[in-house]
Design a protein around this ligand. Structure first.
Ligand code: UT7
Length: 319
């Protein structure tokens, strides 16, 4: 029994905000620096008050529609997010309620930019165990909420968005292998080191990053975890039809593709238009390439993600 993707959906809030527009808002930056260092040209920023459950809901509805599955049929809902609406209840429960589903297992997964790989891996294991049959896996983020707009080294890199997939138990191959890893000794190089305590925010509620340390770490482990899932599935990386990498930086994407020997025209890139949408970046890119006809049924698709924790993971699936 496999867990097979039968629907994808995504949603980007508001309209694109260009690099020039950020500079015009008073951030000490310029289009040339951002494009050269990251490949990012624009990103979407959610209007104030728009939450992860609002945008995750729309992505979920689109994925359910493509799958031809009613919300009531879902028995598992997992949301990957580091920007939940509330401390609790989980964003998964909020989306469950908005969808009108009752009784499904619903919870959030917190693995930052590796969140979608983690949530997909968890859902796959529920389905393969035979305990669940129809899962909705969502990555939804409003990172604009946790950005320090005075820190030009981070605020230009991120965007808001949501992506989702519907999985079903199937005898036809679907997810072939997943691998999930973490090393908490690197928690200091990318974090939001704040908390709510006694009614006050204590510590620092904004995203902080040592960009160069993150860059080096990502390039080192992403190709390894991609090779790990290929080896587990008995598929050569040269036989992968599409690589859908976490969309943080075009230079990291290029370096990983090169290490894996995957041609640039087989790599789905959205970072230029979405920026880094954390847990949403992979399902957003997947949905784009499914809807524009690049990804076809039966093709091998390799997904990978990495983020704060540090946590990283990959999944190889036959679409
Ligand atoms: O999901 C995982 C999340 N994160 C990532 O994957 C990010 C990984 N890291 C990176 O992508 C890169 O390290 C960055 C894009 C964040 C930074 O690129 P870099 O080549 O490592 O630049 P840097 O941080 O070493 O900064 C170089 C210069 C500095 O100026 P000085 O000290 O050399 O005069 C910065 O102040 O660039 C300056 N700078 C900027 N200039 C214009 C930093 N941010 C900006 C900016 N606009 N937005």
């Amino acid at each position: 029994m496999y867990a097979r993707v039968i629907g994808t959906g995504s949603y980007l809030p508001g309209s694109p905000v260009s690099n020039d527009e950020l500079a015009a808002r008073g951030i000490d930056t310029n289009d040339e620096w951002i494009v050269t260092r990251t490949g990012i040209r624009s990103r979407h920023l959610a209007p104030v008050g728009t939450t992860s459950s609002d945008i995750g809901l729309i992505a979920a509805q689109r994925a359910l529609e493509m799958a031809g599955v009613a919300a009531a049929e879902l028995d598992l809902i997992i949301v990957a997010t580091s920007t939940p609406d509330f401390i609790f209840p989980s964003t998964a429960c909020l989306i469950q309620n908005k969808l009108g589903n009752k009784g499904a297992t619903a919870f959030d997964v917190q693995a930052v930019c590796a969140g979608f790989a983690y949530a997909l891996g968890v859902a796959e294991k529920f389905i393969r165990s035979g305990s669940h049959r129809k899962a909705l896996v969502i990555g939804a983020e409003v990172f604009s909420r946790i950005l320090d707009w005075k820190d030009r080294g981070t605020c230009v890199l991120f965007g808001d968005g949501a992506g989702a997939v519907v999985l079903t138990a199937s005898e036809t191959p679907g997810i072939l292998a997943t691998a999930l890893h973490a090393d908490g000794s690197y928690s200091g190089i990318l974090n939001v080191p704040g908390q709510v305590c006694g009614g006050q925010v204590t510590g620092d509620p904004f995203l902080r990053m040592d960009g160069q340390a993150v860059f080096k770490f990502a390039v080192r482990v992403l190709a390894d975890v991609a090779e790990e899932v290929c080896a587990a599935a008995g598929v050569a990386s040269s036989d992968v039809d599409w690589l859908i990498p976490h969309q943080a930086n075009l230079r990291i994407i290029d370096a990983t593709g090169k290490k894996l020997g995957i041609d640039r025209n087989k790599v789905v890139v959205t970072v230029d238009r979405h920026g880094n949408t954390s847990a949403a970046s992979v399902p957003l890119a997947l949905d784009e390439a499914v809807r524009d006809g690049r990804i076809q049924r039966g093709q091998k698709v390799l997904l990978e993600g990495i983020g704060g924790g540090f946590a990283w993971g990959a999944a190889l699936l036959e679409f």
